[in-house]
Design a protein around this ligand. Structure first.
Ligand code: NAG
Ligand code: NAG
Length: 413
């Protein structure tokens, strides 16, 4: 209770703001061996990537049909392609490549409202794999084990937006041996296989940059969140959406003065996050969230409410030290949990968040910058090298079953 009053006092008296002291008087803090060190690795010279040349119907033409694909949260599949084309890790000689990349935009199929639908993705992906497997010898050499694919949709390469259906489908069988680069990350889930690289969702860096406010602005909001609590369109009965976690936040704290939460998305949204100490990052339909990227970029301590989530670049970013994990079942105690965090712990998290390499790793800027999310993906791929000899199949050996999976997926694309 004493701590509670202390924080309340600090927040309500105003003007002080925890961020103030942290950012002004102290430098950023690093954790040796993780933040900083690994995030600042330079992938150049540590791997070579060969980009397959595909007909433009797999990428550019799809984007031409709907340029909105450049702005939605799965746009990383497009920007990663552009990045690789001019990256020094690119090789034009497939014989010397460590990794093979297939530029295919499987999430760029939007409804009139701009929601990406993955219904065509499995056929499109199969078609692309068939093409590279028949035109080049490299796929058959490993059946994809030295190939990576960017599959940023809700449940990655399970290619369905409903979790039940995604689980039923499972990862597209042809991608069984490939390395998947995806936003979806949840432990013990059929749509996340070992060795995948979990990446942040795409959040527009220029737009965020444009809303930066003075670093010494006091953090006078204790807890901040904007977003859905109930999804009445897709879950009219309630209870499925966010496994009820967002609903519990609303029911318990809508009238609590420490909580600045609402479904309204104000024009000062980005500025508000820079005035907040804690930013809620509850799961939505799938456990990804641009909220997390925004919190890190704006130095707001992310409160992660998503049991078993696998956060982006978790092998390089010390999420436990930067953020606060709250179990979904503990949401009713969120106020006590957050107000009992000792002030020095809060200040340390803020100093870690102020480390520019942390923010950089969450973003896909154009042009790319060292340490950004593109580079973290390459670092993740480089750390998997050299490939074990066992990935190369013996002459005549076959592992993949080209006709496995739902019959509908076998139709030509
Ligand atoms: C690779 O294997 C597939 C399936 O067995 C076959 O259709 C294709 O011709 C092979 N590709 C090459 C380049 O030999
Ligand atoms: C490949 O998958 C199909 C469809 O599930 C199945 O009928 C067939 O027996 C499988 N082939 C092999 C060799 O396992």
């Amino acid at each position: 209770m004493r701590t509670l009053w202390w924080v309340l006092g600090v927040v309500l008296v105003g003007g002080f703001g925890l961020g103030y002291g942290a950012e002004k008087s102290l430098h950023t803090e690093r954790i040796s061996g993780s933040a900083g060190d690994v995030l600042e690795d330079d992938p150049v010279g540590r791997l070579k990537v060969f980009i397959y040349e595909l007909p433009s119907k797999y990428n550019k033409k799809i984007l031409q049909k709907d340029p909105r694909c450049l702005n939605h949260m799965f746009a990383a599949e497009i920007f990663m392609h552009r990045f690789l084309l001019s990256s020094p890790v690119r090789t034009l000689n497939p014989e010397e490549a460590d990794w093979f990349y297939t530029p295919i935009y499987t999430t760029c199929d939007l409804t009139p409202n701009g929601l990406p639908l993955p219904f065509k993705s499995p056929r499109m992906m199969r078609s692309a794999i068939q093409l590279i497997a028949s035109n080049w010898p490299y796929w058959n050499r490993t059946e994809g084990a030295d190939h990576f694919f960017v599959v940023p949709h809700d449940f990655g390469a399970c290619f369905h937006y409903q979790e039940e259906k995604a689980i039923e489908r499972g990862i597209l069988p042809l991608l069984q041996r490939a390395t998947l680069v995806q936003t979806f990350g949840q432990r013990n889930h059929v749509c996340l296989k070992d060795g995948s690289i979990t990446i942040p969702p795409y959040a527009p860096p220029q737009k965020m940059q444009a809303h930066l406010i003075a670093q010494d602005t006091p953090r006078s909001i204790f807890v901040y969140f904007r977003g859905l609590f109930y999804d009445v369109n897709n879950d009219p009965e309630g209870g499925y959406y966010a496994r009820g976690a967002r609903a519990a936040v609303w029911e318990n704290f809508k009238d609590n003065p420490l909580f600045d939460i609402s479904t309204d998305h104000p024009t000062t949204y980005y500025e508000d996050m820079q005035r907040a100490i804690f930013c809620l990052c509850p799961l939505g339909w799938a456990p990804w969230s641009p909220r997390l990227v925004e919190a890190v970029v704006f130095g707001c301590i992310p409160v992660i409410i998503a049991d078993d989530i696998v956060l982006p670049f978790a092998d390089a970013i010390p999420w436990e030290e930067i953020g606060v994990y709250v179990a979904e079942a503990d949401v009713p105690n969120l106020d006590t949990i957050l107000t009992s965090i000792p002030i020095d712990v809060i200040l340390r998290k803020q100093r870690l968040l102020a480390n520019p390499s942390m923010k950089q790793a969450m973003l896909f800027p154009q042009p790319a910058q060292s340490g950004d999310a593109f580079h973290q993906i390459l670092n993740g791929l480089a750390r998997k090298l050299p490939h074990d000899n066992s990935v190369f199949l013996k002459p005549g050996e076959k592992i993949l079953n080209w006709t496995a999976g739902p019959v509908g997926d076998l139709k030509p694309w």
